[in-house]
Design a protein around this ligand. Structure first.
Ligand code: RM4
Ligand code: MN
Ligand code: MN
Length: 443
């Protein structure tokens, strides 16, 4: 196959004049003159057609790719030793919506913002009208609703697994409020991170706590509306350091199953032991129809909240491969969310960088020729299978992604566009005096 060189645009779409070259992967609406121009250079030798097949795959993948940003990723947060206050950090829910709206305007891929109930709707359901006003004003909608069951003094010994029926009742009330908020906002997911656990062997009954959790989570599930889901997140350590009540995907899955069909498992990439094969967990959850979504972040040691792909981009690629190769209906059930708060990097820059990285890694995964890969796997042609797989990872998709952005009316380089917009400088000016008053030490 070779590219015969088309001087006139209409020739590109006339197969008979192309002398056997395969180059007609796109329909006319899908490509603009601009892209044709730049692909031409890449398609003049043997292998012609591959470039536009790749471009088509990437465009399709990016058109369908959305990743939610967390409201808490725009605010000042820190480590357990303290926080470094950023002048431009969001100090109000309105500022969080403004920042999220900016990220979406630059990337076109993050139209929803995850909310943490006590941080963002301290008045509960009463705050829904305010949030709806902000959605309209800033052009981003509310995404997953995250209850806060980890910060109040009552929860010192746990929330839904607390030995006290009274405290479990408080936790349930907060969960039911969260369901109500989600319903009122028309958001699909109530996303539960249960921080419960214990610090010393013998101090709590793991088994009784399971029963308590089943009871509270079951009651929460029963309150979900027809379009709502409940996501169960797991984490093997922190803040509890001996046992965590929902420590891994097996426990999360069992709890979700005991609750009912609207409960699914949420995989936070930072919530595993070192060496866990996360993509295998993902494959299993997809297979079982139980994967509800992701919290993306990267890590080197623990739940580090580092920028997606900054430590191990190949792992993100491997996870995305499982998603891309899943059935359409399975993929539709998977919500992508970012769960990162940046202590040192600029919050806006880090968030834009994360969305862009996610798009690029997703695009790479979309390049894999699934049919060919299956053939090679079945024939146990190991090196060829591996080369096909990692070949997609090594391919530089950035030129195609840039073309996709241009065609969608988005800035070709979102990070550069952010810098040029002056947005960070402007909000820093507006917010720095409020941020200066923010507490940076726990003592
Ligand atoms: C936790 C966990 C949760 C998030 C909180 C703020 O580490 O990942 O998803 O709600 O942080
Ligand atoms: Mn998380
Ligand atoms: Mn986390």
């Amino acid at each position: 196959m070779y590219w015969v060189g088309c001087e006139r645009e209409e020739n590109l779409f006339d197969k008979s004049r192309l002398d056997g070259a395969v180059c007609l992967c796109f329909n006319r609406e899908y490509i603009s003159k601009y892209e044709l121009q730049s692909w031409r250079g890449a398609m003049t030798v043997n292998g012609a057609g591959a470039a536009e097949r790749d471009a088509e795959k990437v465009w399709r993948a990016l058109d369908g790719f959305r990743i939610e940003v967390p409201s808490w990723g725009f605010a000042n947060t820190g480590t357990r030793f303290g926080k470094f206050v950023q002048g431009g950090a969001a100090t109000t829910i309105e500022e969080k919506f403004s920042d999220a709206g900016q990220v979406n305007a630059l990337t076109g891929a993050s139209p929803t913002v995850a909310l943490h109930v006590l941080w963002d709707l301290p008045g509960g359901v009463k705050d829904v009208a305010t949030i709806q006003g902000l959605e309209k004003k800033y052009g981003v909608r509310s995404g997953s609703i995250n209850p806060n069951l980890f910060q109040d003094q009552e929860y010192k010994y746990g929330s839904i697994a607390n030995p006290s029926a009274e405290v479990r009742g408080l936790a349930l009330a907060h969960l039911l409020d969260s369901v109500e908020i989600g319903r009122a906002l028309g958001s699909k997911d109530v996303s539960l991170w249960i921080a419960d656990g214990s610090n010393y062997p013998g101090t709590q009954s793991v088994r009784r706590r399971i029963e308590w959790m089943v009871e509270v989570l079951g009651a929460t599930h029963a309150a979900l509306g027809p379009d709502q889901r409940m996501l169960v997140e797991y984490k093997p350590f922190e803040p509890a350091f001996y046992h965590t009540d929902i420590a891994d995907w097996g426990m999360a899955l069992e709890l979700a199953r005991r609750c009912g069909p609207k409960a699914k498992v949420l995989v936070d990439t930072g919530h595993h032991y070192q060496g866990t094969n996360i993509e295998q967990v993902v494959a299993w959850l997809l297979h079982l129809g139980a994967l509800g979504g992701f919290h993306f972040n990267d890590r080197k040691y623990a739940d580090d909240d580092l920028t997606l792909g900054s430590i191990d981009p190949y792992q993100v690629f491997r996870i995305f491969h499982e998603i891309v190769s899943a059935r359409e209906d399975e993929r539709a059930e998977v919500a992508f969310m970012i769960d990162q708060s940046h202590n040192l990097k600029g919050k806006m820059e880090a968030m834009v960088q994360t969305v862009v990285t996610a798009q690029e890694l997703y695009a790479k995964a979309a390049l894999i020729d699934q049919v060919r890969l299956a053939e090679l796997q079945d024939a146990c042609r190991l090196v060829e299978a591996e080369e096909l797989f990692r070949g997609a990872f090594w391919q530089d998709v950035r030129p195609i992604v840039r073309e996709w952005r241009a065609a969608r009316g988005l800035p070709v380089d979102p990070l550069k566009a952010l810098a040029e917009s002056g947005y960070v400088a402007k909000v820093t000016e507006e917010r720095s005096s409020r941020n200066a008053r923010s507490v940076s030490s726990y003592a």
